[in-house]
Write a protein that binds this ligand. Structure first.
Ligand SMILES: [Zn+2]
Length: 285
């Protein structure tokens, strides 16, 4: 196990905030990125930082650089129009050919079996989640704010991968930079919505004044993943709070709607898939 932010061969030359064990800072085409050590052998992936913003005037260039980081062209970087729901977009070799580079409206999660494509979600405080299965058959990227978490978007992803024949027991998950339980104050409306979903939700809230609570979206998503069959030991939370680290992250709460977005992107390892001869998956060109 490497010490967070230090001790790895790719040690970053710049100051980086402390993150949980199991995560490493990497220099890339998009500047500082965070990688999960257990995910790295399974799939190329990156949690970006403030070094790229994806703001309107920068979106095209930043997406091009992110695509390069993942080893794909810009039109092979597949996103979704995020709507805080639980819809999952499936990217397969056939589907990608039909709509290259096109963002499908109304989805907050992407599951890909296509090694030619990288998939991406964007967030600023909302929780970005990346997932890969140990047999290298698929990867997933998830955007989970409070509404998506409450709607069970991670549970929907696990249902989608089961339908593809992959057991949640075989996946590794990384939960990226997002607003932490230290800073994410919510009102009774949010708590009531969660308690309507499951009584277990009571554990994710800590009282924080009159009719106010701190919500732990990291735990809420980790618990959903575990309830869906992912081993607790395979769920890695970087514990980097966006609101506390504006030198590295963007925070909607702290900076408003005009702030930039952090990206979380992942790509199935095509060469490994090819070696394993997985049905229906072609070698990346
Ligand atoms: Zn915080």
């Amino acid at each position: 196990m490497t010490t967070p932010g230090s001790g790895s061969p790719e040690r970053a030359p710049w100051a980086t905030p402390r993150v949980a064990a199991g995560f490493t800072w990497i220099a890339s085409e998009v500047g500082r990125t965070l990688q999960a050590s257990d995910l790295a052998p399974l799939a190329s992936h990156a949690f970006t930082t403030r070094d790229v913003s994806f703001r309107n005037d920068r979106a095209e260039d930043d997406s091009r650089r992110l695509a390069a980081t993942l080893g794909v062209s810009t039109d092979q970087l597949i996103g979704v129009t995020q709507v805080h729901g639980r819809t999952v977009r499936l990217v397969t070799t056939a589907a990608a050919a039909a709509a290259p580079g096109e963002a499908v409206a109304g989805a907050d999660a992407i599951v890909s079996t296509d090694p030619r494509c990288a998939i991406v979600v964007h967030a600023a405080d909302c929780v970005p989640i990346l997932l890969a299965d140990r047999q290298r058959r698929l990867v997933a990227a998830v955007h989970a704010g409070w509404r998506g978490t409450c709607a069970g978007v991670t549970t929907a992803v696990l249902e989608a991968i089961r339908e593809l024949g992959v057991s949640p027991a075989d996946v590794v998950v990384a939960i990226g930079p997002s607003i932490g339980p230290c800073c994410y104050q919510v009102d009774s409306r949010v708590r009531t919505a969660f308690l309507g979903m499951t009584p277990d939700a009571v554990a994710w809230f800590t009282e924080d004044g009159l009719e106010r609570w701190k919500l732990d979206l990291w735990q809420a998503n980790a618990d959903q993943l575990e309830a869906g069959g992912v081993p607790a030991s395979a769920i890695h939370v970087c514990r980097l709070c966006t609101a506390d680290h504006l030198e590295t992250c963007f925070s909607y709460r702290r900076e408003g709607a005009g702030t930039g977005r952090l990206a979380a992107a992942i790509r199935l390892d095509g060469s490994q898939t090819q070696e394993r001869g997985a049905a229906g998956v072609e070698r990346a060109t």
